[in-house]
Ligand binder design. Structure first.
Ligand code: KIV
Ligand code: ZN
Length: 526
């Protein structure tokens, strides 16, 4: 640790902050971040190991898939409280209770809008009726479990006296955690601090509940607002890995945790997170959602510990503290190096992946190794970024029902461009040829011919994983299907192969989701 990173010394209970992760609920709710059942289980296990106190695993009434994921996470989680979200209706609450029932420690999180604009237009209810519903919903939830959280949706735009009235009644009805969300990311730190301080001072039974912050990032202040709320007396932070979430996202877990660690002199609070797992968590969530992490993202961005300019490099060589306020190892970042190549063996490969924070199952490791060797034959230098792309793909491809077997494309100045593709669909190998307006179009037309579907391509993006003309191309696609968007990413030295794999990755997600909701043959993925 550098001298600018004081250690957390006085760990008194009053300064302990509960980390409530909502990656699997608020994070998954945002367009394009849909995760498969298996991905949700893996992420929940990782959050549990990392030391998250409460895992909000989903919204059980939303779909059978959500219910099953929450239910399975409740069965498997060893340490964390497993929480399900619920609206105020009785059916919602009962369904949520059923989903979390197997948990060692389960929580029902019920929410209801309290701001004038939400009550008038969204709920079309009078304040008195909303207040009554707060009481009946919390009472119902308390009949199922003694760990009940109540949220005043759009809390920061709620009239102060009404907010206090609802909070007091929710606590009286049995809520043990009170969350006041900045649902639309409108607040500023001083105001959010003041809100918690005043609510806690004005609500007579406020000492009977833990207060919680939940900030959206529409004005880029989610982390600052969260910390201000803690200063105002809240002791739970709701956040997501990589800050994913509705619109501009939620407060990023990794930023909150590192802010408390690095600036403990100004933010004298502590939590139980193992910070060395932050990078791995970021990569796992990015791979599962196919949401790339912004290069300059605080803590976990590719450039967060990179020094490019001569002046900075010179300073770093003399003393790392010149430009680094935390050691990369603290967040699980290893320096990029160029050690892997076609002569590297299985042992070195496994060791390297472990060093990079990856833990793969035996079959995944074997597959990844075979693909690493194939890549090393085609590409002289294998950078850490290449391995990351390869492993991310391996982790998402583990449950794929549609697999690319081979692809040949004829392209060039004399069109039309033509693609021949072989796919393995549920164990059956199929082949097809198609033309297109350009090679990518020809490839996608082949996929459509082999796996007929109605999904619409909303986004297609290509960038290079590393430098040089032999760099791997990383392709991201977003497919819109039945009102939801699925994003998927794939990398390969051949841009067209990466395009095919990315598109198939999106289709696989659609097929998996469809199969969970209603088992059906792959060919009917429309
Ligand atoms: O942003 C919000 O208000 C929410 C609630 C459901 C807690 O996500
Ligand atoms: Zn939210």
């Amino acid at each position: 640790m550098t001298s600018t990173t004081p250690s957390v010394q006085d760990k008194s209970d009053k300064d302990r902050v509960i980390i409530f992760d909502t990656t699997l609920r608020d994070g998954e709710q945002c367009p394009g971040a849909t995760m498969t059942f298996e991905e949700k289980l893996e992420i929940a296990a990782m959050l549990d190991t990392m030391g998250v106190d409460v895992i909000e695993a989903g919204f059980p009434i939303a779909s059978d898939g959500d219910f099953e994921a929450v239910n399975e996470i409740a069965k498997r989680t060893k340490n964390a409280v497993v929480c399900g979200l619920s609206r105020a209706g009785q059916k919602d609450i009962d369904r949520c209770a059923e989903a979390i029932r197997p948990a060692k420690r389960g929580r029902i999180h019920s929410f209801l809008s309290t701001s004038p604009v939400h009550m008038k237009y969204k709920l079309q209810m009078e304040p008195d009726a909303v207040h009554d519903l707060v009481i009946s919903s919390v009472t119902r939830a308390r009949n199922h479990t003694d760990d009940v959280e109540w949220s005043s949706e759009d809390g920061t735009r709620t009239e102060f006296d009404f907010l206090c009235r609802c909070v007091e009644s929710a606590i009286k009805a049995g809520a043990t955690t009170i969350n006041i969300p900045d649902t639309v990311g409108y607040s500023v730190p001083e105001e959010y601090y003041d809100l918690f301080k005043r609510v806690r001072e004005n609500v007579p039974n406020s000492d009977k509940a833990i207060f919680s912050v939940h900030c959206h990032n529409d004005l880029g202040m989610a982390v600052a607002n969260s910390m201000a709320g803690i200063r105002g007396g809240a002791r739970q932070i709701e956040c997501t890995i990589n800050g994913i979430g509705e619109r501009a996202g939620n407060a990023a877990l990794e930023e909150i945790v590192m802010a408390m660690k690095v600036r403990n002199d100004k933010l004298p609070y502590w939590n139980n997170i193992d910070t060395t797992m932050l990078m791995r968590a970021s990569k796992e969530v990015s791979a599962a959602t196919s949401f790339p992490v912004q290069y300059n993202k605080a803590i976990v961005g590719r450039n967060a510990f990179a020094h490019e300019s001569g002046i900075h490099q010179d300073g770093m060589l003399k003393n790392a503290q010149t430009y680094e306020i935390m050691l990369p190892e603290t967040v699980g970042v290893k320096q990029t190096s160029l050690v892997m190549g076609k002569h590297s063996g299985r042992h070195a490969f496994i060791h390297k992946l472990e060093e990079m924070g990856y833990k793969l199952g035996q079959n995944q490791l074997e597959d990844a190794f075979v693909r690493f060797k194939a890549l090393a034959d085609r590409k002289k230098d294998i950078y850490d970024e290449d391995l990351e792309a390869l492993v991310d793909q391996e982790m998402t491809a583990a449950h794929d029902r549609i697999k690319l077997v081979s692809l040949t494309v004829i392209a060039g100045t004399h069109g039309p461009q033509r693609a021949t593709m072989k796919l393995n669909v549920d164990g059956v190998v199929k082949i097809e040829e198609a033309e297109g307006n350009g090679p990518v179009d020809a490839v996608f037309n082949c996929i459509k011919a082999l796996v007929p579907h109605e999904a619409k391509l909303e986004l297609y993006q290509v960038h290079a994983v590393t430098e040089g003309t032999d760099a791997q191309a990383e392709v991201s696609v977003r497919l819109a299907h039945e009102g939801r968007s699925m994003t998927s990413r794939a990398a390969d030295p051949d841009t067209l192969v990466a395009s095919a794999k990315a598109y198939l990755g999106g289709l696989n997600k659609i097929v998996m989701k469809r199969a969970r909701d209603m088992p059906a043959p792959v060919a009917a993925a429309s």
